[in-house]
Design a protein. Structure first.
Length: 126
């Protein structure tokens, strides 16, 4: 059973599709695909898998969701989504773990969810 975000959207409402750095070229090319109001934009730098520092835009929305997240919870720039979005669910880092399912698509247990939530809370300083 492969990892598939859409099958859990009715439960999680795509909360993982939050604010992430978006490469400037992707941002500029996809202005027409913005789905929610951007309150502020910040220029930031992110190092990609190529170990090159890229100039990015960090778009802040009122609901803290990605500005390219559509009402049906799909991505308006799916083919060009940032690397962090492409990697989400691969579990290569604890922050890339889906709280609903493992990378093989099997559902997480309640204990897994509690452990991951605790890790997130610890990281956020809650």
């Amino acid at each position: 059973m492969p990892f598939e975000c859409k099958k859990y959207h009715c439960k999680c409402e795509a909360r993982c599709c939050g604010i992430v750095p978006i490469p400037v070229t992707t941002w500029q090319k996809n202005q027409h695909n913005i789905q929610r109001e951007v309150k502020e934009k910040h220029k930031v730098y992110a190092t990609g898998q190529d170990n090159v520092r890229h100039t990015c835009i960090l778009p802040l929305t009122k609901d803290a969701l990605c500005p390219f997240l559509k009402k049906d919870l799909s991505c308006a720039i799916y083919e060009e989504r940032p690397q962090v979005c492409q990697k989400f669910g691969d579990e290569s880092h604890w922050a890339l773990r889906c709280p609903m399912q493992h990378k093989d698509g099997t559902p997480r247990s309640e204990d897994d969810l509690i452990q991951l939530t605790s890790k997130i809370d610890e990281w956020l300083g809650s």
